[in-house]
Design a protein around this ligand. Structure first.
Ligand code: HEM
Length: 168
């Protein structure tokens, strides 16, 4: 694992970011922008699922409108996040909040897949419901909690990062 992280840490992109004062802040700014779009678009769908917002609007319309934005923003967040990670791979890989954020991202992905392919596979049938079935409301609430957790962990990475030059 140490060799892989040293390989990532010493690749030319990572070196360029480390040596250029402006690149890291620019990439992180784009990361934050993408993250706000991910959270914003997911929160609108989740609040409808829970039954707090837009309860007179059909859930499948809201989902169809917003999920493409979520996926596009997620892709940008993942690419910029990976670039940020390479610049200090050894330190991030040992950071509690970075590890927690990756675990929460995985759980958010599983929750989304469960909703997409199991709970919400007949979403259109709920279009005339104001209050959605309990599994849908729970999936929305869990999604919101996970994504807020991801944001908090993301923010805490920068406050808690310790320089690591090698893993024993
Ligand atoms: C959509 C999913 C993601 C969300 C919601 C998210 C959220 C965040 C947030 C809120 C920050 C703090 C920004 C700041 O303090 O200015 C952050 C920073 C960061 N994220 Fe993400 N992130 C996501 C995906 C990723 C991925 C996939 C990776 C890596 C593979 C990653 C790696 C990082 C790194 C390295 C930082 C910089 C920490 C620092 O040194 O300040 N992120 N992320």
């Amino acid at each position: 694992m140490n060799d892989i992280l040293i390989l990532i840490y010493s690749n030319p992109i990572a070196q360029t970011i480390r040596e250029n004062e402006l690149l890291f802040p620019w990439v992180e700014a784009i990361h934050v922008l993408a993250v706000t779009l991910v959270l914003g678009s997911i929160a609108l769908v989740d609040l409808r699922l829970i039954g707090i917002r837009a309860i007179n609007r059909p859930i499948s319309n809201i989902s169809k409108e917003l999920l493409p934005i979520t996926w596009m923003a997620f892709l940008v967040a993942a690419v910029t996040g990976a670039i940020l990670f390479t610049s200090n791979a050894l330190s991030y890989s040992q950071n509690f909040y970075f590890i927690s954020k990756m675990i929460l991202l995985g759980l958010a992905g599983v929750n989304m897949m469960c909703f997409q392919f199991i709970i919400g596979k007949n979403l259109d049938q709920w279009n005339h419901y104001q209050q959605l079935p309990l599994p849908a409301r729970l999936a929305g609430a869990l999604s919101l909690v996970l994504w807020i957790g991801i944001i908090f962990c993301g923010r805490w990475i920068g406050f808690t990062l310790e320089p690591v030059l090698a893993i024993s």
